[in-house]
Design a protein around this ligand. Structure first.
Ligand code: 5GP
Ligand code: ZN
Length: 145
């Protein structure tokens, strides 16, 4: 299904790829989504999955538009993993420059992982003070209501 709110942004590199205006190594092409190799891969097979429609962040997508894109993640993860003989994958999705987003068109990274590939990532886990989690869930539920 094509996103009924389909938009494009003439300054967006991924919109240009979607429109075929600049080349990309496309691996999956559907009415709602496109997947292509990242031009600067963290590992061979590093793939980007994008909605055809221009939306900056996941919070800008309708549930249907999100479903139309993410429905391809299982098959893509399987295909990429098998194709490059990876032992695992990271699926990464950055929102906002503070989170590492450079291209402002929603995209999912499918990054093949190998033993001792040296990629790693910093996961500085914290803890909640007494009552902090209760206060937080109340605030989040208020936003969800
Ligand atoms: P972000 O940091 O926004 O989550 O990731 C953007 C990704 O897009 C980067 O991994 C970068 O290498 C990739 N990228 C940027 N420009 C192009 C391009 O023109 N073609 C392709 N295939 N990938 C791109
Ligand atoms: Zn775009």
């Amino acid at each position: 299904m094509v996103d009924p709110g389909m938009t494009t942004n003439t300054d967006c590199i991924f919109c240009k790829i979607v429109a075929g205006e600049i080349p990309a190594n496309v691996v999956l092409d559907t009415p709602g989504a496109l997947a292509f190799l990242d031009v600067a891969p963290l590992a061979p097979g590093h793939t980007l999955l994008v909605p055809r429609s221009h939306h900056k962040q996941i919070s800008d997508l309708s549930p249907d538009a999100m479903a139309e894109v993410t429905r391809h993640l299982p098959e893509l993860a399987r295909a990429v993993t098998t194709a490059v003989g990876a032992e695992g994958t990271n699926v990464l999705q950055n929102n906002g420059s503070v989170a590492g987003q450079v291209v402002n068109h929603v995209h999912f990274h499918i990054i093949p992982r190998f033993d001792k590939d040296g990629l790693g990532f910093r996961w500085s886990a914290g803890t909640y003070a007494t009552g902090e989690a209760d206060a937080l869930i109340a605030k989040i539920k208020e936003q969800l209501a």
